[in-house]
Design a protein around this ligand. Structure first.
Ligand code: SF4
Ligand code: SF4
Length: 442
C-alpha cells in the first residue's frame, strides 16, 4: 500500500515525466478495445482497457486522480502485449506510456522487504550476469537429470505449490549441463556459399534453458550462407527490467549490448525471441534524451532482425523441407508481431514445409497470457486468457503449435498440459520445427 506522501511524489513525477502529447493523442475512439485481452476477460471493464488506462494516466497527470492502489492494479493487470497499438488510428504509443508509468510507480513506492530482496536478486544479481544465469540453470539441470525431479513428483511435493506453478515445472525443457552451456563458440562459418556476416544475440534464457533452439538457429543460419559472430560480452536485453519499472538497469544492459555489437561489422544482428527482439528494437527510444547513446542505439537498431525475416530473405523456405503429415498452427508472439512487425515471415516459412497442413487459429494475434512473468504474478487472468487460447487451438485440430518466443512456448506447453492433450499435441519453437523439417527431408 502506498502512503499519502508516496502518492504525492508519484503524482509529481507523472507530471514531470509522462509524455502529455502522447496521452492527448488518444481521442477515446475505442477502436483498441476489441484487441485487448484484459478488457475482454474482465467482462469489458473500461479500467482494464487501453483507453481506460490512458485516461487514468492522464487523470493522474492532471491531478484529478490519485495514483492509488486501484490505478496501480489496473496498470499491473495490463499484459503489455501492445495489441492495442497497431489498431489505433491515432498511433498512440501505449507501450511507452505504460513503461514510463510503471517505472515511476516502482521507483517511488516503498516495497515490502521480501519484494525488495527478490527484486534485488533478480534485477541486480542474476539477469545482468550471464555466468550466474548459467550456474542457476546448471542447478536446474542437476535437478532434472539426477532423479530429484522424478522423486519430487513421486512424493507429490509439487502439490504443495499452486497448480499452475507445478504444471509449469513439469513442462520446462530439458536444460543442458553447465559444461555444455559454457562451451559456446564465438564464431562459426557458413556451410554453404557465404552471403552474409551476421551477429547473433543469443539471449540469457535462450542460451541456457533453450540452448537447443539457439543451436538450431545457428545451424539454419549456416545453411543459408551466413558467417555468424556471437559476441561473448553481450548481456540480457533488459526487457524484464524495462517492463518491471527498472529503467536504469535496462539502460545499463542496453549500453553493454550496443558496445558488444557495434564493432562487429555485421550485416544483421539476429534475434530468435520475440520478447527480446521487441526490446532491442526500441533501444533508440530508450535513449531518446541522450544524443550520443541515441545515435549508437539507432545504428544497432537498424541492423536488428528476427531470424524468420532473415530466413525468408535468404529463401530458406525454398529448400526441400518435409515433415510427417500433420496439422500445424502458429501462435504469434505479441512483441514480434506488434513491435517488430513480423507476422508474415513465420507463416511463409511454415507453409513451405511439405507434408504439413497449416491452419490459422482464431485470434492467433492475441496474447497467450504468458507476457514475461505475468503468468506467475497474475496467474488468474493469465490462465483465463490461456483457456480461451486453447479453445481456439483445439478448433484447428492441430497437433503442433508453433511459436517464436520462449515465454509463449512454455505457456503453450502449459495449455496443452492443462487440457490433458500432452499425448496428442506438442508445442515447438519455429526454428526447431524448421530444422526438423530440413533434417527430415535430408
Ligand atoms: S484506439 Fe487509440 S485513440 Fe482510440 S481509444 Fe484506443 S488508444 Fe485511444
Ligand atoms: S498492452 Fe495488451 S493488455 Fe495492455 S492495454 Fe494494450 S492490448 Fe490491453
Amino acid at each position: 500500500m502506498t502512503t499519502a506522501k508516496e502518492r504525492h511524489i508519484i503524482q509529481d513525477e507523472f507530471q514531470k515525466r509522462m509524455d502529455e502529447d502522447e496521452l492527448l493523442n488518444c481521442m477515446r475512439c475505442g477502436f483498441c478495445l476489441p484487441s485487448c485481452p484484459t478488457y475482454i476477460e474482465s467482462g469489458f471493464k473500461e479500467s482494464h482497457s487501453p483507453r481506460g488506462r490512458i485516461a487514468l494516466m492522464k487523470g493522474v497527470v492532471d491531478g484529478l486522480i490519485e495514483p492509488d492502489e486501484d490505478v496501480e492494479r489496473t496498470l499491473d493487470l495490463c499484459l503489455g502485449c501492445r495489441a492495442c497499438e497497431p489498431v489505433c488510428p491515432s498511433g498512440v504509443s501505449y507501450g511507452h506510456l505504460l513503461e514510463e508509468a510503471r517505472d515511476i510507480i516502482n521507483q517511488n513506492k516503498k516495497h515490502s522487504m521480501p519484494t525488495k530482496v527478490v527484486r534485488k536478486l533478480v534485477f541486480e544479481e542474476l539477469f545482468p550476469y550471464q555466468n550466474r544465469m548459467r550456474s542457476l540453470m546448471g542447478l536446474l539441470s542437476i535437478y532434472q537429470r539426477s532423479g530429484i525431479q522424478t522423486m519430487t513428483h513421486k512424493l507429490g511435493i509439487m502439490k504443495l505449490f499452486p497448480k499452475h506453478l507445478a504444471t509449469m515445472e513439469k513442462v520446462l525443457p530439458d536444460v543442458p549441463k553447465l559444461k555444455e552451456m559454457k562451451s559456446r563458440p564465438s564464431q562459426l562459418e557458413a556451410i554453404t556459399e557465404e552471403k552474409k556476416r551476421v551477429a547473433f544475440f543469443s539471449g540469457c534464457l535462450m542460451d541456457t534453458m533453450f540452448m537447443k533452439t539457439n543451436d538450431a538457429t545457428i545451424k539454419l543460419l549456416q545453411l543459408v550462407g551466413c558467417q555468424i559472430v556471437i559476441p561473448q560480452n553481450q548481456a540480457c536485453c533488459g526487457a524484464l527490467h524495462g517492463h518491471s519499472g527498472e529503467k536504469d538497469g535496462s539502460k545499463e544492459l542496453a549500453k553493454r549490448n550496443i558496445m558488444a555489437f557495434e564493432q562487429l561489422n555485421a550485416d544483421y544482428i539476429i534475434t530468435n525471441a520475440g520478447g527480446c527482439g521487441a526490446y532491442l528494437i526500441e533501444y533508440d527510444y530508450l535513449f531518446k534524451e541522450d544524443v550520443e547513446w541515441k545515435e549508437r542505439a539507432e545504428r544497432f537498431v537498424s541492423k536488428l532482425k528476427d531470424i524468420t525475416e532473415v530466413l525468408v530473405e535468404m529463401e530458406f523456405h525454398r529448400l526441400p523441407l518435409q515433415l510427417p503429415q500433420q496439422i500445424i498452427t502458429y501462435q504469434d508472439s505479441c512483441h514480434l508481431r506488434n513491435v517488430m512487425k513480423t507476422s508474415d515471415e513465420p507463416r511463409t516459412l511454415l507453409k513451405g514445409i511439405k507434408g504439413v497442413e497449416y491452419k490459422e487459429m482464431q485470434e492467433s494475434d492475441s496474447c497467450c497470457g504468458s507476457a514475461g512473468i505475468y503468468n506467475i504474478v497474475e496467474s488468474t487472468m493469465s490462465m483465463q486468457i490461456l483457456d480461451r487460447k486453447m479453445t481456439n487451438v483445439k478448433e484447428t485440430n492441430a497437433t503442433t503449435i508453433v511459436t517464436a518466443n520462449p515465454g509463449c512456448l512454455l505457456q503453450m506447453k502449459l495449455g496443452i498440459e492443462r487440457e490433458g492433450l500432452s499425448d496428442k499435441v506438442r508445442a515447438v519453437h519455429i526454428i526447431d520445427l524448421l530444422l526438423e523439417a530440413y533434417v527430415g527431408k535430408e
